[in-house]
Design a protein around this ligand. Structure first.
Ligand code: AOF
Ligand code: ZN
Length: 363
């Protein structure tokens, strides 16, 4: 199951709207388990993990065991259900980590395999499996994706100067780590202020992982995203969704949509801007399970204030700004980081001259 979980994690950020599942076909041997086939959910969510592992094992699967990080499915999708494939391959025993909360499955996969005489046990490393797929589970159960907030701050706690040009707070090692985090999320979200100030590309540029760029999401109530910005100019190549208010100007919508962006109109917040709960709900409806927010301290704080931050990735640079700037952490995020009893705090990790700290809500 540990191997299956490691295989599953390869797919994170790359399988939405489906979960990232891992499966191992194996046989007990005198020197320990012998692995016959390994599989993980493929890009876009199909094929599922189990048929990949079964195909690799071939005829050796007959009488063998399968460990799988999520209940094998029982519904007919683009191909037949995985539980059928497992029955047909002659697997004798299935070790499954958790039930699939998808209402189309929800225990039926386990029941079906048991009905065909397969010995099914559920719960092995269940906590770890639930954790790996917390984005998928949250979307299924709550109709919202998991949200990770990334913030970079100076040694004295500022995000950047109050105004003025973009400030490089952290170094290349931290940037590489951030690009990996981008690849492991389904969508990357910013406010239009970040687009106007920084003109970011918001793609994953790690060599070899360029194809794993997440969907780019811009919260832009009045559709102020400039058609000449990098995100708009490349909207035909990298999926780009702009969430705006009901009354955003139609002529701007036409221009951005013409460039390939997907525009969705949502309710506005009383204080202006797109309502954040509606925004994350809209992303879940579109299939997103894991959101990476790089939208700057104001958006991060607003998400924390409505209880929509599941994880905080905080990077602290070695240099002080030395003057007043925009504080990186507002009061709600500071509470999340420092006092929330459900938040787990990992030991800080040095990245070059910077420090990386992770904070994750456990429930
Ligand atoms: C599995 N193994 O590797 C994955 C599963 O749209 P479909 O037909 O691909 O079905 C999507 C559902 O299948 C998804 O919501 C989840 O319940 C399950 N995902 N199941 O047996 C896998 N990715
Ligand atoms: Zn399946």
């Amino acid at each position: 199951m540990r191997i299956a979980l490691a295989l599953a994690r390869r797919g994170l950020g790359d399988t939405w709207p489906n979960p990232a599942v891992g499966a191992v076909v194996w046989r007990p041997g005198p020197q320990g388990p012998v692995i016959l086939g390994r599989g993980w959910t493929q890009p876009g969510g199909r094929p599922h993990a189990e048929p990949v592992a079964l195909a690799q094992a071939g005829e050796a699967a007959r009488g063998a065991f399968m460990s799988v990080t999520l209940e094998p499915c029982s519904h007919f999708g683009k191909t037949g259900p995985c539980s059928h494939a497992i029955i047909e391959a002659g697997i004798a025993r299935v070790v499954s980590a958790i039930e699939d909360p998808d209402p189309r499955v929800n225990g039926r996969g386990h029941i079906l395999m048991r009905a065909h005489g397969i010995d099914v046990t559920v719960g092995a490393l269940g906590r770890e499996a639930r954790w790996a797929n917390r984005g998928f589970i949250k979307r299924m159960v709550e109709g919202r994706p998991m949200v990770t907030v990334k913030l970079a701050r100076s040694a004295d706690g500022f995000a950047a100067g109050a105004e003025g040009p973009r400030l490089m707070i952290t170094g290349p090692e931290a940037a590489a780590r951030v690009h990996l985090m981008r690849a492991q999320h389904d969508a990357i979200m910013v406010g239009v202020g970040t687009v106007l100030a920084d003109d970011p590309a918001l793609t994953c540029r790690l060599p070899g992982l360029e194809h794993r760029s997440p969907v780019r999401v811009i919260l832009d109530s009045a559709l102020r995203t400039p058609p000449a910005s990098r995100v708009a100019a490349t909207a035909g190549e990298v999926p780009t969704w702009i969430l705006c208010a009901e009354d955003a100007p139609a002529e701007r919508e036409a221009v951005l949509a013409g460039q390939g962006a997907v525009i969705e109109r949502l309710a506005s917040a009383p204080e202006g801007g797109v309502d954040l709960l509606s925004a994350v709900g809209a992303l879940a409806r579109r299939g997103v399970t894991r959101v990476f927010c790089e939208g700057g301290p104001r958006l991060a704080e607003a998400l924390a204030a409505v209880g929509q931050v599941d994880a905080l990735e905080l990077l602290t640079g070695p240099e002080a700004l030395g003057r007043a700037g925009l504080p990186a952490l507002g009061p709600a995020l500071a509470r999340f980081m420092e006092t929330d009893p459900h938040v787990e705090r990992a030991a800080p990790v040095p990245l070059g001259r910077d420090l990386w700290q992770s904070f994750e809500r456990r429930r």
